[in-house]
Design a binder for this molecule. Structure first.
Ligand SMILES: Cc1c2[nH]c(c1CCC(=O)O)Cc1[nH]c(c(CCC(=O)O)c1C)Cc1[nH]c(c(CCC(=O)O)c1C)Cc1[nH]c(c(C)c1CCC(=O)O)C2
Length: 378
């Protein structure tokens, strides 16, 4: 059982936590089996989500705490006893909205910014400074409500996008389909303005993550989903310093307010070349892996400095039950530190978010297989 040593400044009454597996794994401890959750576990592959979505616009759901709570709980209820964490229903793009940008989410089309940032002069259009608690207070409300409704079954994860990934959307104006050429052009043509923008986003991320913990989040994850667009050199210049600042300032902020020292997870998709540096000096407790690196190689690179999360290819969920079982078994063996003991410092997950076409029963199979194959054998 996890003991919350410091009383939060906002003293919410939350039910006692019954399953702290993910918190222990995040702290690098050995666990009797791997805790498991799945990125985008509350979303379009679930018919119960699509049903709610039929009646509400995407960001209306995010901004309505009762609806966000209901959807956050959907996978926890459907996969009763199989998931070891909930992630608050929201989106990384609420930060650009808080900074004054319009973001739309037309059904089935992905995010759209009608007026993306065209050049450095457009930075003047952004709110500055941003009153994060005011702009994103609805996320905090959803977190507090969800934490109560979870009744201590599993911990609740809060999150935000990384500065680089958010900058990429704010300039590109949409999803990944057309590539991120405009955003990349900024870092080469306007490096100073790019850094100005990255610093502004970083400040919002810091306040937002601290606010989420204050509201009841027990872990936080930073999604650098488009780290894969950057060369190792550019990652070091345009992503890493901002990620590091977030970890440092969030931890300092939590300590200053005597808040729960929520473990911090970084998911730097496609930046496996940076794992050694990230483990040594980024300040995150857990590094999320995509599927392009073998677990044993990743562990070899990071040593015991951090916990790891991941990392099965999400498309394995389209491969049928036999393939799911075979590949989960292989993943569990890859993360095992000895042939008999349970895993140490490992949170099982996919290597990226679950995709909309997955059959929810195949997700069930994935979760059950993690329970079965990650268990200690003595
Ligand atoms: C890049 C990114 C985004 N959003 C997010 C990321 C990082 C994770 C990743 O890399 O996949 C993060 C995110 N988005 C959503 C959540 C909460 C749900 C959960 O994780 O369980 C989380 C953690 C809901 C969502 N975010 C979105 C939906 C579908 C929206 C709809 O119903 O139309 C949901 C449930 C829309 C969204 N939002 C975004 C895209 C590219 C899309 C369209 C593609 C897609 O659907 O995956 C931006």
């Amino acid at each position: 059982m996890v003991e919350i040593k410091h009383l939060p400044a906002v003293n919410h009454e939350f039910p006692p936590l019954k399953n702290d597996l993910i918190l222990r794994a995040a702290r690098g401890e050995r666990t009797e089996r791997a805790p498991v959750w799945v990125m985008r576990q509350a979303g379009r592959y679930l018919p119960e989500f699509r049903k709610v979505r039929e009646h509400h616009a995407f960001f209306d759901i995010c901004q309505t705490p009762t609806l966000a709570t209901k959807i956050t709980l959907q996978p926890i209820q459907r996969y009763s006893g199989l998931l070891d964490a909930a992630i608050i229903f929201s989106d990384i793009l609420v930060i650009p909205q808080a900074m004054g940008m319009i973001v739309e989410m037309p059904e089935g089309k992905g995010p759209t910014f009608p007026q993306p940032l065209a050049g450095p002069d457009d930075l003047a259009r952004l709110k500055y400074p941003v009153d994060v608690d005011h702009e994103l207070g609805y996320v905090y409300e959803a977190i507090t409500m969800t934490r109560k409704e979870l009744k201590g079954e599993v911990p609740l994860i809060g999150f935000c996008g990384s500065p680089w990934t958010l900058m990429a959307y704010m300039i590109q104006g949409g999803g990944s389909r057309g590539g991120f050429h405009s955003a990349k052009r900024w870092i080469f043509q306007y490096p100073a303005a790019s850094k100005d923008l990255l610093s502004r986003i970083t400040a919002v991320c810091i306040d937002f993550l601290i606010g989420q913990v204050r509201a009841g989040a027990q872990l936080v994850q930073v999604f650098d989903s488009w780290a894969s667009e950057l060369s190792p050199h550019d990652f070091e210049e345009f992503s890493l310093p901002y990620l590091t600042a977030i970890a440092r300032e969030v931890k300092a902020g939590l300590q200053a307010e005597s808040l729960h020292p929520a473990p911090m997870i970084l998911y730097p998709k496609g930046a496996n070349y940076a794992l050694a540096d990230l483990a040594r000096s980024s300040g995150y407790d857990v590094l999320g892996l995509d599927w392009c690196i073998e677990p044993k190689v990743a562990r070899g690179v990071v040593g015991d400095l951090v916990s790891l999360q991941g990392n099965i290819d999400p498309d394995i969920l389209y491969g049928g039950r036999e393939a799911i079982e075979r590949e989960v078994k292989r993943m569990c063996e890859g993360f095992r530190s000895s042939s008999t003991e349970g895993p140490k410092g490992w949170i099982a997950n996919l290597g990226h978010g679950i995709t909309p076409g997955v059959d929810p029963d195949d997700m069930h199979c994935f979760l059950s297989c993690v329970h079965k194959y990650s268990r200690q054998t003595v």
